[in-house]
Write a protein that binds this ligand. Structure first.
Ligand code: DON
Length: 637
């Protein structure tokens, strides 16, 4: 049924670039496609307007043709009705030609040729900004003709090629000129000729007006479908990158310029009402097409030839009004919540690093851990959200010795965020509270912020850590060093090790006979996941990491804990003798005491207290870890 526009449109007529998933009941799970089908049926009833006939070839258009398409910034296209019918894009070409000129010459140079002020006049009005000696804006014919003159190329053929290449890149497929419409415009476009000659007279254009108009008429005669126009609009919504081909057509800074003029000038003498009611940067063409852009979300296009007195598609306007209302898409609807930037904050007395500590160290950290505050940021960092975040940093700084900001859940940080964060870091440098940053990978969304710090004249402005855990661990180490409770660097004797507490001298001597001192180099795997567990270890010097396989990520390992001197690992071998559940890797050169389970059991057959003491020490350790884990879960809820 595609190709007709009136009557009901059934779900199976809704064309989508992706496949529509069917629910268990058989209906299509596609709320946007569903809505568009309903909207198409509803607006197909709207009458009024006539196809433009001042260009005779356009007057031949079938007024019942009606297509709508929405393209998302990741290239999903929802299309309904005559969305694959090709028509000439007319004035919808203007914002893209303007973007191309900006891209090619830069903002200042283009502003010499055309302004950005709305005229509130018809598209073909013969008004020029005489004070600045340039047309008012690139959306009215005069401005578009001035922009057409800027198309690069040594010959007219090269300029035509470049223009067609631009539109083909925007649509993601080769586009052509409708020769009949082009000839029709060429034959009848006297008003445009008058505008071009007036501009030649005042020096607003310099080349032969007929040559400039030839390109202008051709750009208006480029043939595209509503589906193509939705992709072109989505390219603007996607900061200038075509969502289908992923080709960059415009730089984001110029997309902003293009959208600004579309917002105030795109709908000519209807622009004010449009901005008020619909609130989307848009552009109409006299063939009955309209494009509208919701930055960061979608591009919309509508095609329906009957136009009103202002040259805008009657159904096109209605469709955009409905979509804007239905989905709250007016540009000035506020959908930002700057407060949500703070995911949570907590202190290191309750949420410790994954570094396992001795009971003495744990006691110190329970006392002093409050001096470490962790602030988890999330979402997008822009002016408003970063202001909130930095305000919270300032509050925490008045109570803590360290403030760690964890950027793990931040997906974007704009220039203003970087500026505010650098200012905050500078203000805190040398003060009583240290600012630390976590999760700022140089290939992630915070890369530019990481660079800003790397390039800052004061290299020690903030310490940056792989993740929050590493930052907390470092602060803990410093707190422990201050309290002199650190176990770092010392070599433990068996009597000092928690696991062997409660053994008498004789029992310790017996134990020593079966202990094997072992040395591992940095990076060496001490325990391998899946291997038989028949040995357990006590760390005498250095640290080791516990690493587990991440499901679905192949060989990639994640460090889940680290263990320092005085602590044991691999003790599960004593309890269940099963397979190893994780890798244990030496972080540096380490010294361990290895105990073979079998030998320990033999020893314990004659000296049962050895096993009783070890097992009760283990149980105490596990119950302490469980208690702490529960506490952490409560805090991180
Ligand atoms: O300049 C003209 O007459 C046409 N080729 C383009 C006009 C146009 O689409 C105006 N927009 N509504």
């Amino acid at each position: 049924m595609r190709g007709t526009s009136r009557g009901d449109v059934h779900l199976d007529e809704v064309v989508s670039a992706g496949s529509l998933r069917k629910t268990a009941t058989g209906s299509a799970l596609a709320p946007v496609a569903d809505y568009l089908a309903e909207l198409h049926t509803q607006i197909a009833e709207v009458t009024g307007g006539n196809p433009a006939d001042y260009i005779p070839e356009l007057g031949k258009a079938d007024p019942s043709l009606f297509g709508i398409a929405i393209a998302t910034i990741d290239g999903e296209v929802y299309a309904v009705g005559n969305a694959d019918h090709a028509f000439t894009i007319q004035s919808v070409s203007k914002p893209f030609m303007y973007g191309h000129a900006l891209e090619h010459y830069g903002r200042q140079a283009v502003l010499q040729h055309v302004g950005v002020a709305p005229t509130g006049e018809a598209f073909n009005s013969i008004v020029l900004d005489e004070a600045a000696n340039r047309p008012f804006n690139p959306m009215v014919n005069a401005g578009a003709i001035a922009v057409a003159e800027l198309m690069e190329g040594a010959t007219q053929n090269e300029r035509i090629e470049n223009m067609l290449m631009l539109f083909s890149k925007l649509a993601g497929r080769p586009l052509e000129i409708d020769q009949a419409v082009f000839q029709s415009e060429l034959a009848t476009g006297h008003r445009n000729r008058a505008i071009a000659y007036m501009m030649l007279n005042t020096g607003m254009i310099r080349r032969d007006p007929n040559e400039v108009l030839d390109l202008y008429f051709r750009q208006c005669s480029v043939m595209a479908t509503a589906r193509d126009l939705a992709i072109m609009a989505a390219t603007l919504a996607n900061d200038g990158t075509n969502p289908l081909t992923h080709q960059r057509v415009f730089e984001a800074q110029y997309v902003r310029d293009v959208l600004s003029v579309m917002n105030y000038c795109g709908m000519y003498d209807y622009a004010g009402e449009w901005a008020y009611e619909v609130g989307m940067p848009a552009k109409s063409g006299v063939s009955g097409c309209i494009i509208a852009v919701i930055p960061g979300q979608i591009g919309i296009s509508v095609f329906s030839p009957p136009i009103d007195a202002q040259g805008n598609s009657v159904r096109g306007i209605r469709v955009c009004q409905e979509i804007s209302d239905e989905f709250q898409l007016h540009a000035f609807n506020n959908r930002t919540n700057v407060r949500s930037v703070i995911r949570r904050d907590y202190r290191a007395d309750l949420v410790r690093s994954n570094r396992l500590r001795t009971p003495e160290e744990r006691a110190v950290l329970a006392e002093t851990g409050r001096k470490v505050a962790v602030l988890e940021a999330q979402g997008a960092l822009f002016f408003g959200s970063t202001e909130q975040l930095m305000r919270r940093v300032a509050q925490l700084a008045s109570e803590a010795r360290y403030v760690i900001v964890d950027f793990k859940r931040v997906h974007l940080a704009d220039v203003s965020a970087r500026k505010l964060i650098v200012r905050a870091a500078r203000a805190m440098a040398g003060g009583e509270t240290e600012l630390l940053f976590a999760s700022m990978a140089e290939d992630g969304p915070l890369a530019a912020l990481a660079w800003a710090f790397a390039e800052h004249e004061n290299k020690d402005l903030v310490r940056v850590f792989r993740d929050a855990d590493a930052a907390i661990e470092c602060c803990e180490d410093e707190l422990l060093a201050m309290s002199a409770a650190t176990a770092e660097g010392t070599k433990f004797a068996l009597s000092e090790i928690n696991l062997f507490k409660g053994l008498n001298q004789e029992e310790r001597r017996l134990l020593e006979t079966i202990v094997q001192p072992l040395v591992f180099d940095k990076g060496e795997v001490i325990i391998r996941e899946g291997a038989d567990a028949n040995l357990f270890f006590v760390l005498a010097r250095g640290t080791v990491s516990v690493q587990i396989r991440v499901p679905g990520q192949g060989e990639r390992k994640k460090r889940v804990a680290s263990i320092g001197p005085g602590l044991s690992f691999g003790e599960m071998a004593l309890l269940d003798g099963g397979k190893r559940s994780a890798d244990i890797v030496a972080d540096e050169r380490v010294i361990c005491y290895g105990l073979r389970v079998e030998q320990l059991q033999e020893l314990a057959a004659e000296h049962p207290n050895i096993m009783i003491a070890i097992l009760s020490n283990l149980t105490r350790e596990f119950s302490e870890r469980l208690r702490h884990a529960n506490e952490e879960i409560g805090v991180l809820e």
